[in-house]
Design a protein around this ligand. Structure first.
Ligand SMILES: Nc1ncnc2c1ncn2[C@@H]1O[C@H](COP(=O)(O)OP(=O)(O)OP(=O)(O)O)[C@@H](O)[C@H]1O
Length: 779
């Protein structure tokens, strides 16, 4: 506030509390809200100075600078010049007039900042953020006497007269910056590739910061690598001396982090050695606005005074014109009329000038009001607490008048009521933020627009996906339309959507056909008509799975159609020219016929009997074709509903059952195989035993019991006889088992093949349904 640059930054291991320290919470405000609070408190308490504040907010993410107040501006550049030192450009700066306005801007920026959940912190800052307040201040001088130099001539806004003003600022403007920096935390390698990349950038820039600080503090005068990272480059002015710097080091209380904590403390020890020689910045840089605005206000006020004076003069002259022309020679009526005309013209001209003058004055007043509001003085500060209870306002409410007393004495203020409006401007003074109500309405509108846009994009994506699928199907590729639809849909039942679309397209066809009646009725009638037509022409209708109820309905409709047909044929007998029901003998009720109304246009052709014949057969063919189309549509509808039906579900269940059976049979077969091989092993062992005993051939080998001990040579012959009988029995058993097994195997194979063919049939049925539907879709 006294003109020194200031920098505060928080340094420490990830999750050790940097963001917490800088930002804090609502109940425990951190450094930033407290600093903002202090700035406004200072302005409030210093009645001898006037201030202008502008703020900016940026982040360095992966070595790229991004404007958090204008997020589309990425990869901003760092510049340096003698007047301003090192600065980032183009960076959006907003003029601020209240603490709450600053906090809202910070919140807006924080919302844009890169944060992610890491192994160590759910809301880890993945970037270094720099919030900057530029404070311009000037001693409040008594208003300089206004001396507009009116030279006359063209130009200018006041009645075509030129004005020039020769005001000069009596005081220098102090410009200083406060940088509030929340560094990203140093961390060990993460498992996530994205986090690892971020971590590498973070660690590199922090390492450079460490190097810069150690070089600054050793006496060797070595090269200081500010340019090795964006962070050190931006901090160059502060670190190299012209700033009062506070470094807050945060460490973890955990023993596990002792190594990191130790490093942080070493860093802190080094930083403490940096010697800064900050000085006040009296030099006004190009961007200093306070002086510019103050001067502009004075000039505008002078213009306003001048305009008022001219207006008064014009008004007086107009009045003079109205009464100052005595009319002599009343008898000369022509002269009188001419004079009246002249007078009227003069009066209109003066009136126009007055209107113009007023417009200019209003514009000037508005601009003065606006600029005055941006300049903060102890009276104009609205000392509202940032967080209730944390800021002592000390104000009397005079701040809401928002302009200093000098201005108020001359310019009737037209500023909005307190708290309703928050005007934010760019550095050039143009308004960037609207009053709150409008802002929120705009925000709501923006949200709706965004929603609509994303909805539109989604729809477009879906269309593209569907088109591709259809194109591929057309090329003969097997595309699962249902899957495609499912992929397109999130949160919408694909099947249901498909059905709705299908119905809509059929309804569309119905409308095209010129039918305005109820779709179902039309469908039923036309289907019945189709049945009648085909029955009449001796063709068979394509069988389609229809319910009993539907069949009954169809029968009823056929009967109705028959009745209609007989009525129509009676009509035909009465009037030979009316051949609507010729050929197939279909009768369509009025408004329910298909699009074959072009018949009327063919009236001339009907004159000759051969034409008539051709036409009749053509119409017949056309109707038949249309009936087929209707029938296909109906089939499609039924097919679609079939897939939703109980039958279809049963088919699928059956399919699953068959599959399970197959698996069970496989298992059983494996079991039997194992039994057989076990038996074979036993036989082999018995044969081996027999040959060791030197007995009979393998077919009559005895089977030693597991509990039988090896027989002595004296009992070998007895054993041999008993063994032979046992072996024969076993062999028979084995043979029996093998036959059983073979029988069983054969049975299983038969069952398996039945199941397989059933599965194949079911799969074929399902595939056919899907294929037919795909073809329909394509059509
Ligand atoms: N002094 C404190 N009192 C209470 N909670 C704290 C304190 N310091 C930090 N925390 C909590 O610890 C967690 C990590 O803190 P914070 O996000 O500030 O760490 P950080 O150093 O900024 O981490 P990173 O470098 O990953 O961004 C947060 O949930 C924060 O609320």
């Amino acid at each position: 506030m006294e003109g020194y640059n200031g920098t505060v930054f928080a340094y420490g291991q990830t999750s050790s509390g940097k963001t917490y320290t800088m930002s804090g919470t609502e109940r425990q405000p951190g450094i930033t809200p407290r600093a903002v609070e202090d700035v406004f408190k200072y302005i409030h308490e210093n009645s001898d100075r006037e201030f202008l504040l502008r703020v900016s907010y940026l982040e360095i993410y992966n070595e790229s600078i991004r404007d958090l107040l204008s997020p589309e501006a990425i990869d901003l550049r760092i510049h340096e010049d003698r007047k301003r030192g090192v600065y980032v450009s183009p960076l959006k700066e907003e003029i601020v007039t209240t603490p709450s306005q600053v906090m809202r801007i910070i919140q807006r920026g924080d919302y844009q900042r890169h944060t992610s959940s890491t192994d160590y912190n759910i809301h880890s800052s993945r970037s270094h953020s720099i919030f900057q307040i530029v404070i311009e201040s000037r001693e409040r001088a008594p208003t300089a006497p206004l001396s507009p130099n009116i030279t006359g001539g063209g130009g200018g806004g006041a009645g075509g007269r030129r004005m020039s003003f020769g005001l000069r600022s009596p005081n220098a403007v102090r410009v200083s910056q406060l940088n509030l920096i929340d560094l990203a935390g140093s961390e060990k390698a993460s498992a996530d590739a994205e986090r690892r990349k971020e971590g590498a950038f973070i660690n590199k820039s922090l390492l450079t910061l460490g190097t810069v600080i150690s070089r600054l503090t050793d006496d060797k005068g070595a090269h200081i690598p500010y340019r090795d990272s964006k962070l050190t480059r931006i901090l160059q002015s502060s670190l190299s001396g012209n700033a009062r710097v506070s470094v807050i080091c945060t460490i973890s209380p955990s023993l596990l982090n002792v190594e990191e904590s130790n490093n942080t403390l070493k860093f802190a020890a080094r930083v403490k050695k940096i010697i800064t020689r900050a000085h006040t910045n009296q030099v006004m840089d190009d961007k200093a606005l306070l002086e510019k605005y103050r001067r502009e206000i004075s000039e505008l006020k002078a213009q306003l005074l001048f305009t008022s004076a001219v207006a008064a003069e014009t008004s007086a002259a107009g009045a003079g014109v109205g009464i100052g022309f005595p009319i002599r020679g009343i008898d000369k009526e022509k002269k009188h009329a001419e004079l009246s005309h002249l007078l009227e013209r003069e009066r209109v001209k003066h009136e126009e000038e007055m209107v113009e003058m007023n417009m200019v004055r209003n514009a000037l007043k508005e601009r003065i009001d606006h600029l005055t509001k941006l300049i903060l003085t102890s009276q104009s500060i609205n000392a509202r607490a940032i967080y209730p209870g944390t800021l002592s306002t000390g104000g009397s409410g005079s701040d809401d008048k928002s302009a200093d007393s000098d201005n108020n004495s001359q310019v009737p203020t037209s500023l909005p009521p307190p708290g309703r409006y928050t005007v934010e401007t760019r550095a050039d003074g143009t308004v960037t933020e609207f009053p709150r109500e409008i802002e929120s309405r705009l925000a709501r509108k923006d949200t709706i627009v965004r929603q609509l846009q994303s909805e539109l994009e989604l729809q477009q994506e879906k269309i593209t996906l569907m088109k591709n699928a259809l194109q591929r199907t057309a090329k003969g590729e097997a595309i699962d339309i249902e899957k495609t639809l499912a992929r397109m849909e999130t949160g919408y039942e694909p099947r249901e959507k498909f059905l709705i679309e299908k119905r809509a397209s059929i309804m569309g066809l119905n409308t095209l056909a010129g039918n305005t009646n109820n779709f179902t009725k039309w469908q039923q009638d036309t289907a019945a008509a189709a049945a009648a037509a085909l029955a009449g022409s001796g063709k068979e209708m394509v069988a389609s799975p229809v319910s009993e109820q539907q069949q009954q309905q169809q029968q009823q409709q056929q009967q109705q159609q028959q009745r209609k047909k007989s009525v129509a044929s009676t009509k035909n007998n009465k009037s030979k020219d009316d051949d609507d029901d010729d050929g197939a003998g279909i009768s369509f009720a009025e408004g329910e016929h298909l699009a074959i109304d072009d018949e009327e246009e063919d009236e001339d052709l009907m004159d000759t009997p051969w034409n008539r014949e051709d036409l009749v057969s053509l119409r017949k063919a056309k109707r038949e074709l249309e009936i087929v189309v209707i029938e296909q549509e109906k089939k499609l509808e039924e097919m679609v509903s079939f897939e939703d039906s109980e039958d279809f579900r049963n088919l699928v269940l059956e399919l699953e059952e068959q599959r399970e059976k197959l698996v069970a049979m496989e298992e059983e077969r494996e079991g039997l195989k194992a039994t057989v091989s076990e038996l074979r092993n036993t036989i082999r062992k018995l044969e081996l035993g027999r040959s060791q005993l030197g007995g009979v051939g393998p077919s009559s080998l005895p089977r030693p019991s597991s509990s039988t001990s090896v027989a002595s040579s004296s009992s070998a012959s007895t054993l041999g006889a008993a063994g032979a009988a046992g072996t024969a029995g076993l062999s028979n058993r084995v043979q029996e088992l093998e036959i059983m097994l073979q029988r069983e195997r054969k049975l299983r194979i038969e069952e398996q093949s039945t199941s397989m063919s059933r599965i194949v049939a079911l799969q074929a049925e399902v595939t056919i349904h899907r294929a037919e539907r795909s073809v329909r879709e394509l059509e």
